[in-house]
Design a binder for this molecule. Structure first.
Ligand SMILES: Cc1cc2nc3c(=O)[nH]c(=O)nc-3n(C[C@H](O)[C@H](O)[C@H](O)COP(=O)(O)OP(=O)(O)OC[C@H]3O[C@@H](n4cnc5c(N)ncnc54)[C@H](O)[C@@H]3O)c2cc1C
Length: 268
């Protein structure tokens, strides 16, 4: 069993996030991290592979990312968690990829790995914390012409199929799809392991393969900003929320102050 896990490197939510002059998310800040729910996807892959047999050899977890140099940190994290190897789609030509370009490049990465040996499953997070598109996994399954299971909170293999449980509002759904399949997971699926010192050391000797657009047989003009079908017109941080106005009633004037506030803001 070979599982590819798409891991995205995103700016840390606590960091000083921002945009470049081209209205792109600044991705070269020092505070980057693996998209949180992608850690759940890595954990799910490791558990599925462990259930299928001893990891390594025929049973492999391979982390895949598309992003600038810094995105290698997300791959390293996946390797520290126990992934066997990693693939980095790295090329200036990819900069400015929209959702379609991202999915096309990731699909080319999947095909590249599948040419070296069958891939049974592509796992993704359900959404990336920076872009929050939640569309890349669906576009990826369309690119690959594979079925897709979404919002999976539990996964198991049965008779060459993947069975996914989804926890929806008031409903638990169980779905089944034949392999190969693309699956997006939620953070309910597991608690990602925390790499130990020996795992961190072991990850140092694991391979990160770097692939350019040309390596993937993609025309550089068809990817990145030049191939994008959508354009970001504006991107600017929202102004900070105004300080809340506190109304006290210590002297009995609270009711009037509240009514004044509501009138001033055209709320009554
Ligand atoms: C017009 C346009 C221009 C853009 N320009 C840029 C740009 O210049 N630079 C830039 O970095 N972004 C750019 N973006 C954003 C970029 O397209 C998205 O970040 C990317 O498509 C992923 O979308 P998302 O973050 O909404 O992912 P989602 O669809 O929310 O991600 C879901 C899951 O898909 C997987 N995934 C998503 N992206 C990746 C990835 N890169 N590698 C591995 N796995 C992944 C992860 O498992 C993730 O959990 C642009 C977007 C648009 C629309």
């Amino acid at each position: 069993m070979r599982i590819l896990v798409c891991v995205k490197h995103v700016p840390d939510l606590q960091s000083n996030r921002g945009f470049t002059p081209e209205r792109r998310v600044r991705r070269t800040a020092e505070d980057g991290t693996m998209n949180e729910v992608d850690e759940n996807a890595v954990e799910a892959a490791l558990q599925l592979v462990a259930g299928a047999g001893a990891p390594g050899g025929a049973h492999q977890v391979i982390a895949l990312t598309l992003g600038p140099d810094e995105a290698a940190d997300a791959l390293r994290r996946a390797l520290q968690m126990g992934a066997d190897r990693a693939v980095h789609l790295l090329d200036d030509a990819f900069a400015g990829s929209d959702y379609f370009g991202t999915a096309a490049a990731l699909a080319a990465g999947v095909r590249h790995v599948a040419a070296q040996g069958e891939v049974d499953l592509v796992l993704t997070g359900m959404a990336a914390l920076d872009g929050l598109g939640s569309v890349v996994p669906a576009l990826l399954s369309a690119e690959l012409d594979w079925p897709q299971l979404t919002v999976a909170a539990h996964l198991e293999l049965a008779d060459g199929h993947l069975v996914a449980r989804r926890e929806l509002d008031g409903v638990t759904e169980t779905l089944r799809a034949p392999l190969p399949v693309v699956v997006g997971v939620t953070d309910l699926i597991n608690t990602p392991r925390f790499p130990k010192f020996k795992d961190i050391m072991a990850a140092r000797s694991k391979e990160i393969e770097t692939l350019t657009a040309a390596d993937l047989g993609l025309d550089p003009a068809s990817v990145g900003a030049s191939g994008a079908r959508t354009r970001v017109l504006r991107a600017e941080p929202r102004p900070p929320r105004p300080e809340p106005e506190l109304v006290t009633d210590d002297d009995g004037s609270g009711g009037r102050a509240l009514a004044d506030y509501l009138i001033r803001h055209d709320l009554i």
